[in-house]
Design a protein around this ligand. Sequence first.
Ligand SMILES: N[C@@H](CCC(=O)N[C@@H](CS)C(=O)NCC(=O)O)C(=O)O
Length: 235
Amino acid sequence: MTQLADFPITRRWPPRRENVIQLYSLGTPNGVKVSIMLEELGVDYDVHRISIGDPEDQLTPEYLSLNPNNKIPAMIDPDGPGGEPMGLWESGAILTYLGDKYDRFLPQSGAARWHTLQWLFWQMGGVGPMFGQVGFFHRYKGKEIEDPRPRQRYYNEARRLLGVLDRQLQGRDWITGDYSIADIATGPWVRTISRFYEAEAQVGLADFTAVNAWLDRFEARPAVERGWQQPRNPE
Ligand SMILES: N[C@@H](CCC(=O)N[C@@H](CS)C(=O)NCC(=O)O)C(=O)O
């Protein structure tokens, strides 16, 4: 039977508690999706801070042994399928796994399940990559690039996606009606536009009134505030 100690990553980042979920993360929009989900579920977890800058923890052999894609977040559930420990990466896969395991924030069957997954995939394939490029060209290294076309393309695409979200939120408190992993995946990215990237004017965030009301509801959830703080300090 596999044990937590069989995962090489546990040698560099030892579990503090052997029987709880081990989360490898950083306070970025993809990272906090998982800590927010765990806080919403009220599930115990150990969080290990994985630097993606200097030092580049995510390029160490121990980290790559869990996530060959060298990105955060990743996790190990010591009580995975069949009671065996299981490693998992890609935030959308992790949210889906946790939603199914605890039967919360993801309907188990019917149209509501597929619509929740549809909006989760929309976030994973659209909002995350496009908003991330807004960050790169507006706030980070791409800022120095003089050609305005890539920057403008991502502003336009982010604005388009916010319009899609705004229309979906007309008459709904949450993306698919009930609070779900679609909201948990999308909220941190919309919050990041203003909190990290300071690009709200460029993407016209103020124009999307339903999105802003939804973001207020999301930020008011105590679990969102707690999850947003993880990992709290270098550990
Ligand atoms: N699709 C992946 C994306 C993960 C991702 O891009 N994570 C970023 C932080 S938000 C990262 O690890 N960046 C480090 C790098 O690109 O080297 C997921 O959702 O888990």
